[in-house]
Design a protein around this ligand. Structure first.
Ligand code: PGA
Length: 250
C-alpha cells in the first residue's frame, strides 16, 4: 500500500488524475471503475482539463460505476448516472454505450445484479471513496459482506450523509445496487481517496485496523496495489513514517 497526503486539494486531485492519465497513456482501452460522492470530483475535473488540453482521450475506454440508487431513473437529478454525466461524462469523449452504471429502475433487481456482474470486465483502475461508516461502494457495515453485485439496504447513517443532495431525508432512497467487495478487490489497481477530519478515524481503521465486515474499507488491506490519496486532515491519525513522498513514488 502506498499512502500519500497533500496539503492542497489541487495537488491531491492532480495526483489522482496522474494515475489515470499514466494508465491511459499505456493502455488507451483501459477499463475504469468510477465512484460518485465528493471525494473523486476534483480528480474528474483534472481529467476533463487534461482532455480539453488534448493530453488524453477517453475514446477507447470503458467505465463501470460502483453503484446506483434503487428507484431513481437516469434522468433523476440525484441519480448517480446524472452525477457522472454532469461532472464527467458530458465533458469528455467516452462513448456513452461504454459507460456502465447499474439500472436503478430495472424490472428485476436480481436479474440486474447478474447482468451487471456479467458485464463487469476486469477493471484496470478503480477510483474509490469511503463513507463515514466505512462503506466502500454501498457495501455497508454489518455481519456479512457480499462479493458480487447485489441489492443493499442503506444504513440510516448513509442516508443522512447523502441527504445533502436531496430536499429531505425521506427523499433519499432506502436501497441501492452496488458492486460487491469481491468486484472491487479484483481491480488491478485501486486509488482510494478521502478528505477531511471527519474521515480520519475511518481511514485509519480501514488501513490499519482489524479486517472486519464492520468496516468494509478494511478489506482494502488485502489489495496488492492500493494507492491512498489523503488530505492532511484525513491522514491525521496515520503515523508520518507510513506516508510516502509523492515526488519519488508516483
Ligand atoms: P463522499 O462519499 O466522497 O461524498 O465523502 C463517499 C462515500 O459515501 O462512499
Amino acid at each position: 500500500m502506498h499512502i500519500f497526503s497533500f496539503s492542497s486539494e489541487e495537488e491531491l486531485n492532480k495526483a489522482g488524475a496522474k494515475v489515470v492519465i499514466d494508465l491511459l497513456m499505456k493502455k488507451p482501452s483501459a477499463i475504469l471503475g468510477l465512484a460518485t460522492g465528493q471525494s473523486p470530483v476534483g480528480i474528474y475535473k483534472q481529467l476533463v482539463k487534461a482532455y480539453k488540453k488534448g493530453i488524453i482521450s477517453f475514446q477507447l475506454i470503458k467505465t463501470f460505476n460502483l453503484d446506483e440508487y434503487i428507484g431513481l431513473n437516469k434522468e433523476h437529478p440525484q441519480s448517480f448516472y446524472m452525477f457522472m454525466k454532469q461532472r464527467f461524462f458530458d465533458h469528455v469523449n467516452i462513448p456513452s454505450e461504454r459507460s456502465y452504471i447499474p439500472d436503478g429502475i430495472a424490472p428485476d433487481f436480481n436479474e440486474e445484479c447478474i447482468r451487471y456482474d456479467r458485464l463487469l470486465n476486469k477493471i484496470d483502475l478503480q477510483i474509490l471513496g469511503i463513507g463515514h461508516n466505512g462503506h466502500i461502494g454501498f457495501n455497508e457495515p454489518g455481519n456479512y459482506l457480499s462479493s458480487r453485485t447485489h441489492v443493499v439496504e442503506l444504513t440510516e447513517e448513509t442516508r443522512i450523509a447523502n441527504s445533502k443532495y436531496f430536499s429531505s431525508l425521506n427523499k433519499v432512497p432506502t436501497h441501492a445496487i452496488t458492486m460487491g467487495i469481491g468486484n472491487i478487490l479484483k481491480a488491478q489497481k485501486i486509488v482510494f481517496v478521502a478528505r477531511g477530519k471527519e474521515k480520519a478515524e475511518i481511514v485509519f481503521q480501514s488501513l490499519f485496523g482489524p479486517i472486519t465486515t464492520e468496516c468494509p474499507g478494511s478489506f482494502l488491506q488485502l489489495h496488492p496495489n492500493l494507492v491512498v490519496l489523503l488530505d492532511k486532515e484525513a491522514a491525521s491519525y496515520i503515523d508520518e513514517g507510513k506516508i510516502q513522498n509523492i515526488e519519488t513514488a508516483l
